[in-house]
Design a protein around this ligand. Structure first.
Ligand SMILES: [Zn+2]
Length: 90
């Protein structure tokens, strides 16, 4: 069985989604959240933890989620993700 393939928002690389982190939009709170279980409803996107930095720099999250994303809040989530990448090389 082939694993589901997703595209990384940062590098556009196509990989098994287990190698990516899903980010989802929490419409209740109006924030971007890390969907660790990859199960949250609604629009999501996938990034390599190591690509989180460039996603933040290029402000790609709002476009991917089609939401008015708070740049600072999104950057904080992405920075936390990038920090996990430093501990666990992608
Ligand atoms: Zn990537």
């Amino acid at each position: 069985m082939t694993p589901p393939i997703r595209t990384c928002l940062g590098c556009r690389g196509r990989v098994a989604k287990s190698g990516l982190v899903r980010l989802a939009w929490n419409s209740t709170d109006g924030v971007v959240v890390v969907d660790a279980g990859q199960v949250l409803p609604g629009r999501g996107c996938y990034v390599h933890p190591g690509c989180a930095d460039q996603v933040a720099r290029r402000k790609l999250l709002g476009r991917a989620l089609r939401r008015q994303v708070d740049g600072e809040q999104a950057a904080a989530v992405l920075a936390a993700l990038a920090a996990t990448a430093a501990q666990r090389p992608a």
